[in-house]
Design a protein around this ligand. Sequence first.
Ligand code: XMP
Length: 319
Amino acid sequence: DWTMAAYKDEAIRKIREQVGDKQVICGLSGGVDSSVAAVLIHEAIGDQLTCVFVDHGLLRQNEVDEVVGMFRDHYNIPLIHADETELFLGELDGVSDPETKRKIIGRLFIDVFQKHANNIDGAEFLAQGTLYPDVIESVSFSGGPSVTIKSHHNVGGLPEKMGLKLVEPLRELFKDEVRALGHELGLPASFIGRHPFPGPGLAIRCPGEITREKLDILRKADAVYIDQIRKHGLYDDIWQAFVAILPVRTVGVMGDGRTYDFACALRAVTSVDGMTADYYPFSHEFLGETATRIINEVKGINRVTYDITSKPPGTIEWE
Ligand code: XMP
C-alpha cells in the first residue's frame, strides 16, 4: 500500500540512479514546489546539489531574505543568490503582451542558469519543481484541441545548446501531494502552507507595461492585503491571494485634494489543484477594511476592486 514515506524513498532512489556522481543545479523560486524539490534532492545527493535562486526583481516584499535565510542558514544547502533585477527589468521594459513577457522571463531564466551551471564543475543536470498540472496545462486544455493557455516558464524542456539534462522529481504530483512530501521531508508547516507563487512573479500581476514604480506599489499593497488575511485567520482557507496592479489611473479624492492614482484588484481563490478555482467569499466588512488600509497605507493607489471571477472562465493569475 502507498504512503508518502515510501514515495519519498523511491524518489530518492530514482534521483541517485539518474544523477550518479554528477553535479545538479536547482532553480529555486521561493515557492513550495522548487523548495520541496531542492530539499528532496539534497537528501538524495547532498553537496552534489547547488541551488540557484534567480532574483528577477519580480519578487514580493522580504522574499529574498526569507528564501536565502531558509536555505543557506537553516538547511545549509549551497545557494547562489543571483541578483539579476537589472537584466530582467531591462529586457521587459516597454513589453506589455502577456505571452511575450513569459517568454522573455523563461529565456532569461535559462540564460542565468546556464551562466551559473558553467561555473559549477561537473554540472550535468538541472532540477525543477515542475508539477503535473504544469505539464498538462502547457500542453493542452482539457479535452479540447491542443491550445496553449499560458507558457509556464519552467516547462518545455531545455534548449539543446544548454547541454543539461532535467531532473523533475515532482512531475507526477499534484500540489497537495507536494505539500505532504514537504511535510515528510521535515519542512516547517509555515513554509509548506505558503500560497503558490508563479515563476514569472509579479510580472504577471502587473498587466501591461512593467515599471519599477508599479512594482513598488504592488509589493506594498500585496503585503498589506496578506497581512489583513493573516490577521483575520483566513490564510489557510485560501489557495492563493494576491494583488494585481491595474494599468489604469483613476480619479479620487483624499482630504480636500484630488488624486489620480492606480487602481488595483484583490484576488483570492479556493482550489484543490489550481486547475479550477472559485473566488473566496470575503465578508463585506473584510473587503471594506482592506480597501481602506491599502488606500491609506500605500501611496500610488486610490481605488481597490475585488475580482469575483472563477476559473474557468478566468485564470487565477491575471496574465
Ligand atoms: P493560472 O493563472 O493558469 O494559474 O490559473 C494556475 C496556477 O499556476 C500558477 N502559475 C505558474 N506557476 N510558473 C509557475 O511556476 C508559471 O509560469 C505559472 N503561471 C501560473 C498560478 O500562480 C496558479 O497557482
